[in-house]
Design a protein around this ligand. Structure first.
Ligand code: UD1
Ligand code: UDP
Length: 358
């Protein structure tokens, strides 16, 4: 049978979003192929997710690797164009807002292959973020737009996307989290990282925080002031490692630096944390569902439901120490309130829409 659905993935946050969709389509006997663009390639940025999340081995790895935005996007487009001309899938599915997402949507649209965008409609309204450009263009080109939150639906409607193309389905990244809750082992990861009962987790990789020496210096000051309050474990994304090291980030006795962690190890640490400091999109959502206070070092977020329904707060670097103090002193709600449809069934809803479409 020819391929019906071809998934394009490539960067760390794509994998927990794609896993439940691929599984649900498999249960519905849809013929699928999985492409890995190779945008992320370190074992700990890629392979570990395939193992832990039971993702099928990619049918193709384009092996594009790192590069400037244009170089990386163009390499993905060139590789994908040849593949799509051969395979001619009936639908191409892209995830999130990374360069692999944009490249997949552009190539498919020009070959008149319909595009489905999982996590459509998120907007930070900040075009200095490369992801915002990727979101805007991908949504412009997509035929099926799967939204994770009501605000995303509203943004798409305001941009003129017709209602029949927009599907509010919930959040597949949260499907993956809920499906793996029982596998999270806080005691074990705490012991491995030699952490006491109360500790902080920090993960930071946005260009605005880690690319320039002056930003990295400010960030280091803020994180050190947080680590004065509680031991802090920081799995370091490869993007910022050198700049943060040069800024002295790792030279604090209470900062434990580790390589990027596997999905289960990372979320185990997050689940047990007194608070999380981040600029990650996915981590804002996961802390919301786990009920762990999240301090997001960004001026804006494309995920406002994590503030209105969750534990997230947007924080300035200068205010971080005080915000950590407040988070540590505040009682936790007994039951985290979660955004609508973040119920573990988004993958099934997406698959049902796709089957109808096919
Ligand atoms: C990308 C996404 C970002 C997402 C993040 C998730 C874009 C524009 N950005 O950012 O939205 O939040 O992934 O983690 O798509 N590197 C390695 N090993 C790897 C991968 C990257 O060493 O396996 C290093 C390289 O030096 C590379 C740098 O990290 O130049 C940045 O990688 P890149 O994929 O360009 O962007 P991210 O910052 O990872
Ligand atoms: N994550 C992980 N190990 C880490 C840091 C993050 O497994 O050391 C997971 C995190 O739980 C979430 C995903 O990676 O599922 C988010 O990816 P990332 O923060 O790189 O990208 P973003 O969401 O900001 O685009």
């Amino acid at each position: 049978m020819s391929v019906q659905v071809l998934h394009v993935t490539g960067a760390r946050p794509n994998f927990p979003k794609a896993a439940p969709v691929i599984r649900a389509l498999h249960q519905r006997d849809v013929e699928q192929q999985l492409v890995h663009t190779g945008q992320h390639y370190d074992e700990r940025m890629s392979d570990v997710f395939f193992r832990q999340l039971d993702l099928p081995e990619p049918d193709v790895n384009l092996g594009v690797g790192s590069g400037s935005h244009a170089v990386q996007t163009a390499a993905i487009m060139t590789g994908l164009e040849a593949l799509l001309l051969r395979e001619r899938p009936r639908l191409l599915v892209v995830y999130g807002d990374v360069n692999s997402t944009l490249a997949g949507a552009l190539v498919a649209a020009k070959l008149e292959i319909p595009v489905a965008h999982v996590e459509a409609g998120l907007r930070s309204f900040n075009r200095a973020m490369p992801e915002e450009i990727n979101r805007l263009v991908t949504d412009r080109l997509a035929d099926l737009l799967f939204a994770t939150s009501p605000d995303a639906v509203a943004h798409l409607a305001a941009e003129g996307v017709s209602a029949e193309r927009i599907h509010f389905v919930g959040n597949p990244m949260i499907d993956t989290l809920l499906a793996n809750l029982e596998r999270l082992d806080v005691t074990r990861v705490r012991a491995t990282a030699r952490l006491p009962e109360r500790y902080l987790v920090a993960t930071l990789h946005r260009p605005a925080n880690v690319d320039d020496a002056s930003d990295a210096a400010e960030l280091t000051k803020a994180i050190h002031a947080a680590a004065d309050q509680l031991p802090l474990v920081m799995p370091v994304h490869p993007r910022g490692r050198a700049t943060l090291a040069a800024a002295g980030m790792f030279d604090h006795p209470q900062v434990r630096v580790v390589d990027p962690l596997g999905y289960l190890e990372f979320l185990s640490l997050v689940r047990g944390a007194a608070a999380v400091i981040t600029d990650s999109g996915g981590v804002q959502e996961e802390t919301t569902v786990l009920g762990v206070p999240c301090l997001t070092l960004r001026p804006d977020t494309e995920r406002p439901v994590t503030i209105s329904h969750g534990t997230n707060r947007l924080v300035d670097r200068a205010d971080l120490p005080a915000e950590v103090r407040i988070a540590l002193a505040s009682p936790r709600p007994a039951e985290p309130v979660t955004p609508p449809l973040w119920d573990g069934r988004a993958g099934g809803r997406i698959a049902d829409v796709i089957v109808d479409f096919l």
